[in-house]
Design a protein around this ligand. Structure first.
Ligand SMILES: [Ca+2]
Ligand SMILES: [Ca+2]
Length: 389
């Protein structure tokens, strides 16, 4: 409640200042909203894995546990005075309880257990759990959804954001619904794109439908570039017309139906199939593309590409044209690992920029590849289907 009052007062002061200065770009203050226990499927919230240990941290006071094993983790967050929020899962025969340092005081001894029997995607979901970050501007509420896997050697714990900020922003004379999502669930809403880590997301709903953009220096709205300022705590956005920005073009083959690239400048998508995509000069990573081709039997093949872990950057220079090499042939890959006394064989397709590739023909998945294994004298000869190929 105190926070909402603060925002109201600040907004009033700001409008007065802007009116006096005559600036064209105003901040738009946003409302805090939460999602339910089942998460928000239409918002880009992610399962973010936590580092977990069975050894208790020495600097966090613990509650009394009733279970037979505890898993200790931390949610990294610069909004917390210590830089993280401690969590612990207590697993017993009849209970699975999670404790979250909801007041960020470095103690779990003062916390109540959150119980759950909600299973989602094979994971136990807890909450939403309210965390309050003590900041210089007063307490800031933030809701999270912790998830746990099954206890055991490969135990995993995840956390997803269970909140977002929303409002209506006027961009170039047009109203857009705007939602800010802390996709990497670290309490801040302005984490810009990086190849190594999950970035935060802006969802814009306008005349052409809803667009999901990764946070970056700029956003493209209605064909125009705007400098994007997103409040760290999610409370406001400001899109200022970007003038004198050096741009270049990404050229794609005519068969390319969709393309999204992302970099520190933000994320940009092809408006119509084939042709070119104009972006601010800089380095980008291809996030996704689709390509369609009809064969001589009239069957339409569609190729879907998603960013791979070893994706290569593309450079776009001012006034330059960068042709994207994103067509066939694709490279078939086979990875073999020895795990738990068994060989695990994974097959896949890779694009020329390291993209992960999936293919459909007439809207159906194509046959999965098979692996034939024989020994030198032929006494062993078996063929296996790759189930997730
Ligand atoms: Ca506490
Ligand atoms: Ca974030």
């Amino acid at each position: 409640m105190a926070r909402r009052c603060d925002i109201g007062i600040l907004a009033a002061i700001f409008i007065f200042v802007v009116a006096g200065a005559g600036s064209g770009a105003e901040e738009t203050w946003l409302r805090y909203a939460t999602v339910g226990a089942s998460g928000a499927r239409n918002l880009p919230m992610a399962f973010n894995p936590l580092e977990v240990s069975v050894h208790p941290p020495s600097d966090v006071a613990m509650p009394g546990f009733s279970g037979w094993i505890q898993y200790y983790g931390r949610i990294e967050s610069l909004m917390s005075p210590s830089g993280s929020v401690a969590v612990v899962l207590d697993v017993g025969n009849d209970n699975r309880d999670i404790y979250v340092d909801s007041n960020c005081d470095g103690s779990l001894a003062d916390e109540k257990p959150v119980k759950s029997d909600v299973i989602m995607y094979g994971r136990t979901a807890f909450g939403p759990v309210k965390v309050v970050f003590p900041t210089d501007d007063g307490p800031v509420a933030y809701h999270i959804l912790p998830y746990s896997g099954a206890p055991g050697e490969n135990f995993v714990m995840y956390v997803s954001s269970a909140c977002y900020y929303e409002g209506t922003v006027n961009v170039g004379g047009v109203s857009y619904g705007v939602k800010l999502v802390d996709t990497n669930c670290n309490g801040t809403f302005n984490d810009a794109f990086s190849k190594e880590a999950t970035s935060d997301t802006v969802v814009l709903g306008g005349p052409g439908g809803e667009t999901t953009l990764l946070v970056g220096r700029y956003v493209e709205v209605g064909g125009n570039l705007y400098e994007a300022e997103i409040a760290r705590d999610g409370a406001y956005v400001r899109f200022s017309p970007a003038t004198d920005i050096a741009t270049g073009k990404v050229l794609v083959p005519g068969e390319v139906m969709t393309l999204t690239v992302a970099g520190e400048n933000g994320s940009f998508s092809l408006a119509s199939p084939g042709g070119s995509l104009t972006v601010p000069a800089g380095d980008y990573y291809v996030q996704s593309w689709t390509l369609q081709r009809t064969d001589d039997k009239g069957i339409t093949w569609t190729v879907y590409a998603a960013a791979g872990a070893d994706a290569q950057a593309i450079s776009v220079t001012a006034g330059g044209e960068t042709a994207l090499d994103i067509s066939d042939p694709f490279k078939a890959t086979v990875d073999v690992a020895f795990r738990g006394g068994e060989y695990v064989i994974n097959g896949g397709l890779k694009g020329r920029l390291g993209e992960r590739i999936a293919v459909t023909a007439a809207s159906r998945s194509v046959a999965k590849p098979e692996v034939r294994i024989t020994n030198a004298d032929g006494t062993y000869d078996k063929t296996f289907s790759l189930e997730y190929g």
